[in-house]
Design a protein around this ligand. Structure first.
Ligand code: MG
Length: 407
């Protein structure tokens, strides 16, 4: 793919040539899965999705072509169309970036185009940060995102002795994307290469070495670089079922309540689990009072009527139906709106059967039906101290709250 002449559209140069030894076994970290998608896929999605006209080029290790092809395959065609063929990295990060810049130059990148050089292992780069970086590249020619340092930093000698305590207020921890006017950073890299310098650890250092003034602009705390196994474990927690909850800012809460009376039978269904009991619950479906309350809570959170409206008791097709079908439908309605159930909390009210021994199985079943991690499903139980219809053992009541997040 060649850029058009005099085409000053933004460029992303993504550095993915590292081996990522610190993240433990499992291959280079930029190709590891994070919540069901490779890190590089997520990074490219974030960059290309933020700037509709921008092109991107990824610098990869010579052995990683297959990994790379797997990573770009899930990208929508509209994003993939803006990717150049990858360039191969060199021995150091500096070499790799230099190769990538040369590949962009060969593709016709113009002198004035803003280029953002970004670590493949920073998939949480936000749209506002990308916009700030492009702005700085155009206005100042060279800038890097930085965040204030909260720990006191000590400079030490080889034996561990402290030799200096720099003023924390003047220190910044620097991230990527680092932002440059294309001709400035290409010229600086070429000069460093021709001078035999190959050990400069970031592109700001290359620009500084070449005598350019580099500015620090506001970075983002969330824009972490995935480095260790622990980073991956922490990052996974930002996702629920492949979706990042932070991308769903519209937080809704719904409530549900249901009651079923005891009748003939030798078991009850509670939260999708069959619990042996001297009586059954009367109902049109399987009378799973807990799943009905949760279903209503989810429907309530998206203001989509109630369980009776979606599954009329008068409709014979729901006779004896397994209630997980109702709950699954409510969860699908949330998905159809691009949302995600984030949490469910439910309470069963009855004297008998005892819920405690079945609680873990019930939570696990609800989590499975709703495709939620177990720590986002709470099930509690109480008696009503022999008061009222539940206290007299005439039936079971259930209350539920669901938190739903929508785009
Ligand atoms: Mg019911």
């Amino acid at each position: 793919m060649a850029l058009h002449e005099h085409d000053d559209r933004a460029l992303f140069l993504v550095v993915a040539a590292g081996r990522g030894a610190r993240a433990g076994a499992g291959g280079p970290k930029q190709y590891r899965e994070l919540a069901g998608r490779q890190v590089l896929t997520r990074t490219l999605e974030a960059l290309l999705g933020a700037e509709p006209e921008a092109h991107a080029l990824v610098v990869i290790h010579r052995d990683d072509l297959e990994f790379y092809n797997t990573a770009i395959a899930p990208l929508p065609e509209i994003l993939r169309a803006r990717l150049h063929a990858p360039a191969f990295g060199g021995e150091t990060r500096q070499d790799s970036v230099c190769n990538g810049l040369e590949a962009l130059a060969a593709a016709g990148a113009t002198a004035a185009a803003p280029v953002l050089i970004h670590d493949a292992a920073r998939p949480f780069v936000g749209i506002d940060l990308i916009r700030r970086a492009l702005d700085v590249a155009q206005k100042n020619g060279a800038g890097v995102p930085g965040v204030s340092v909260t720990d006191t930093i000590k400079q030490t000698a080889e034996d561990g002795r402290i030799v200096a305590t720099p003023d924390r207020a003047a220190l910044r921890a620097v991230q990527t994307p680092q932002a440059f006017r294309f001709e400035l950073i290409l010229g600086a890299h070429r000069a460093a290469r021709d001078d035999g310098r190959r050990d400069l650890t970031d592109d700001a250092a290359v620009a500084e070495w070449a005598g350019h003034c580099v500015f620090v602009f506001a970075g983002e705390a969330a824009n972490i670089k995935l480095t260790t196994q622990e980073d991956f474990l922490q990052a996974e927690k930002k996702f629920v079922d492949g979706k990042m909850l932070n991308d769903l800012p519209d937080v809704r809460t719904g409530q549900g309540f249901d009651v079923h009376a005891f009748g003939e039978g030798d078991h009850v269904w509670l939260g999708g689990v069959k619990v042996a009991h001297e009586r059954g619950l009367v109902g049109h479906s399987d009378a799973d009072v807990l799943l009905h309350a949760i279903t209503d809570a989810v429907l309530g959170a998206i203001a989509s009527g109630d369980i009776g409206a979606h599954f009329p008791p008068s409709d014979p097709q729901w006779r004896g139906a397994s209630s997980d079908l109702f709950l699954r439908h409510a969860v699908e309605l949330v998905s159809a709106r691009g949302g995600k159930v984030a949490h469910v909390d439910a309470t069963l009210i009855c004297e008998k059967p005892k819920v405690g021994p079945h609680r873990d199985a019930i939570r696990a079943r609800i989590a499975e039906v709703m495709q939620l991690p177990l720590d986002r499903v709470a099930v509690k139980a109480t008696t009503s101290e022999h008061l009222g219809f539940t206290g007299r053992g005439e039936g079971i009541a259930a209350l539920a709250m669901a938190t739903v997040r929508l785009p």
